[in-house]
Design a protein around this ligand. Sequence first.
Ligand code: NAP
Length: 478
Amino acid sequence: MKELRENIKLERDSMSDEEVMLKSKQIIERISSFSFFNQSNSTMFYYQKGNEANLNGLMNSLLNFQVKKVILPKTNKDDFSMKIYQINNLSEDLEEGAFEIMEPKKNCLEINKEEVDIVFVPGVAFDLAGNRLGHGLGYYDRFLKDFKGIKVGIAYDFQIVDSIKVKSHDVPVDYIITEKRIIKTNQNKKENKMRPLLSGKEVSERILIELKEKVKKLKDKPTLAIVSVGENSASKIYIKKKLKTAEKIGVKARHYKLNEETKESELLGLIEKLNKDENVDGFIVQLPLPKQINENKVIDSINPKKDVDGFHPINMGKIFLGLSDEEKDMIPATPYGIMKMIEHYNLDLEGKKAVIIGRSNIVGKPMAQLMLMKNATVTMAHSRTKDIAEHTKTADIIVVAVGKEKLLTAEMVKEGAIIIDVGMNRTEEGKIVGDVDFENVKEKTSFITPVPGGVGPMTVTMLLYNLVKAHTHNEESI
Ligand code: NAP
């Protein structure tokens, strides 16, 4: 092992600065395409020393986007222990610690080991079984011993060797990423180890940051109008969320509150005004509407270019005919958000069996069409479907949009399926839950959306995405 250490050191020392930079960049590119990294909510780095890949650029961009927690360790030389802390800024939150390594300052937030999804581990050398030759002091191995997340060795390709003699306390890694490849070590049986969440909250935060940047650059800020009729308590919560998110990204928003007794003609009159108002880029009429008003008539009367909910027959029709232009056409916010999440997590739908439960105009039907356009084989189920489980048991991906708690149970799902839960139900205790028996189903899935924090935040975000799109298109057509 001594000879191996020396040989590797020689090879590392012979690398030029340019070579180190190039290979570090290639390693970061591989990490960025690594699915476990993409789905993680918190990433722990060991600050790199010497010639090992420099991951500072990656840490910096994560800190800028604020979508994942960045966690660094602090070592205690006296008792070989390590504590971990969340940092928010590379230059402000670090100080030189043990072994001249930059470590988090004491005032940073201490993090519990269980909160870390993925840890990047440096080493002198790794073998294909995931065994690691460390720097010799055993800090990392002590920390990694009962670590539940994914352990990823980071190394240059020449640091991968045939075999490493393991000491009893050594902890192997699950993956190794080099500038040339991502190696799944044969230790690895961990596909289900990490919380396999499709975090709509995380994806929507990322999209909102991009939208905010876009809006900042616009001379005239986009304006959203929301029309509500009556006092539906759920609608009130949704409207508040939409207004708050609009404000967050610098979009102007108006709320027209009409009373419960409003006549259909009065509402249609307001819609006509908003259709013509050059200062309004897009608007929504919050559903459901009171009985005296025909919803279809209302949706029909909205200018399709301002229809940020994407419910107008022209916008729907374009989707069904495959004529929708993503650059400028309005796409129904909930299924659009689901497609964005699927895209974010690099989930391939081509040739996959998708089952959609629920056939509403606003979720189920457009969802089926958007998935069909990605070449999934789509089955739609509804209240008259005889045996839903017969379909779901063989599905690769299941979208549930019904509004019934625990409609989808673990027995109905095959191992490794992807589950998207659109439902929103309030339990007797007042808790918001989806349509999926989450606790039991999650054990079988490869990915699942939580409720709350899954589809909900994506819907609000895509509404604003449609609005900024409408505004940009309006500006261009002036
Ligand atoms: P909807 O218009 O009431 O449609 C419900 C669908 O579920 C219908 O197609 C119905 O079938 C079907 N269904 C009812 N009972 C069923 C059963 N036992 N088995 C199979 N299918 C059944 O509802 P929606 O507007 O699509 O909303 C569905 C759920 O998603 C609700 O909980 C809603 O709150 C939620 N939602 C969430 C978001 C979000 O952003 N997270 C957005 C929109 C909706 P039939 O057609 O045969 O009646």
